[in-house]
Design a protein around this ligand. Structure first.
Ligand code: URA
Length: 397
């Protein structure tokens, strides 16, 4: 049976779960050739509907991150890309494991609706320049069913399966220009750089085979991105960046991802020009204006991005350094798990920062039992240093 028959057969119930599981285990152990990986991607695209954005022209754009802790860049890249002339059309997911999900963050904006019909989605992208909605079950339904089986059979961590899963959804969602943020390090699913690079290369090659303009950044996830981790706190931090403030790492990564989309689409000739276009659209307030239009088009009240308007959780604990030194490591995955069921945390210090005894390391929010605070504190190592933290952007593909 070829890959397409297997995938369509399993999705419709004609192929037994045990047979699909056996095939997944085989792939998990021995991999797939690139041709087979393409067949797998095509089969999952063909299993459902696709969004046709061709009427919107050549500047449609999408972004995908493999998942991190504190990564709120989609909230910034969407309106910023639109402010630079792109049409940003993204279907996002919910949190996966220890990593946060864009939809959960957007839902911290009162009134925001994550579901739009495909027609309203495309119309909003055309009119406002950006829309972020929940992934519809009609796109690549085979991926959903197969992902669920991979989860139950311990076959998630396979590069061809991850690449075809991610890219089938990107291809079905229709954008011409795609930037990928492949995370690596302690808070990423790909702990090793070599695995992240192989995944990035595979995804980029799939995108090219489907005639997309595509680039990937491999970025460090050895510490949370920005200072805020947690839905409403991250949304507020993203708005700070759109106002021209916010933490420098979050701002830099958002600008670089947007600049990649600008370059891919041909709206700027050089990386330098693309970056400077993106910087000026933050500085002149256009990115924030489009963010407001985007969220208002999806149900938010006008004025909700004014300082203090988004309801934020109450601070529950403030954890101080027990000794002086340098933060030499943050177990970022453990931090993600520890904060999973609470409102979040704001980090005053991160890996590479010097601390004096008694200085505040982080504050937690909405954790009455203080268990999250204890777990996060244990995940932070203070030593004599020095330490050189992993760079924010490790490679461009
Ligand atoms: N995210 C996806 O969409 N698919 C995978 O296989 C893994 C992470």
């Amino acid at each position: 049976m070829n890959i397409n028959d297997l995938v369509q057969g399993y999705t419709s119930g004609r192929v037994a779960e045990a047979d699909m599981a056996a095939w997944l285990e085989e792939v998990y152990r021995h991999g797939l050739s690139f041709t087979e990986t393409l067949e797998m991607t095509q089969a999952m695209v063909d299993s459902g509907k696709t969004v046709d954005l061709t009427d919107l022209g050549p500047y449609t754009a999408d972004k995908h991150s493999t998942g991190g802790v504190g990564d709120k860049t989609t909230l910034i890249v969407a309106p910023l890309a639109a402010a630079c002339g792109l049409k940003f059309a993204k279907m996002s997911g919910r949190r996966l494991g220890h990593t946060g999900g864009t939809l959960d963050k957007l839902e911290s904006i009162p009134g925001f609706k994550i579901s739009l019909s495909p027609n309203r989605f495309a119309a909003q992208v055309e009119r406002v320049g950006a829309a972020i909605v929940g992934q519809t079950a009609k796109l690549a339904p085979a991926d959903k069913k197969i992902y669920d089986l991979r989860d139950r059979t311990g076959t998630i961590a396979s590069i061809p399966l991850i690449a075809s899963s991610v890219m089938s959804k990107k291809i079905a969602a229709g954008a011409k220009n795609i930037v990928l943020d492949i995370k690596t390090g302690r808070g990423a699913f790909m702990k090793q750089f070599d695995d992240a690079r192989e995944l990035a290369e595979t995804c980029v090659n799939i995108g090219k085979a489907f005639d997309r303009n595509i680039a990937a950044l491999i970025t460090g996830m050895d510490r949370p991105l920005g200072r805020a981790v947690g839905t409403a706190l991250e949304t507020a931090e993203a708005i700070d960046v759109l106002r021209g403030g916010g933490p420098s790492d979050t701002k830099e990564l958002s600008l670089e991802l947007t600049a990649s989309l600008i370059r891919l689409s041909g709206l700027a000739k050089t990386e330098r020009q693309a970056l400077s276009l993106a910087e000026s659209r933050v500085a002149d307030g256009e990115a924030l204006t489009i963010f407001n239009r985007m969220i208002e088009a999806q149900g938010a009240e006008p004025g909700i991005t004014e300082p203090g308007a988004i309801p934020l959780p109450d601070e529950s604990a403030s954890v101080k350094a027990a000794k002086a030194g340098m933060i030499t490591a943050m177990d970022t995955e453990e931090i993600g798990w520890a904060l999973k069921d609470v409102a979040g945390a704001i980090f005053e210090k991160k890996t590479g920062d010097r601390v004096v005894a008694g200085e505040v390391l982080f504050r937690t929010y909405g954790d009455p039992g203080e268990t999250a605070a204890d777990r996060v504190a244990k995940a932070i190592t203070i030593g004599p240093g020095p330490v050189s933290p992993t760079p924010l952007i490790i490679a461009y593909l």
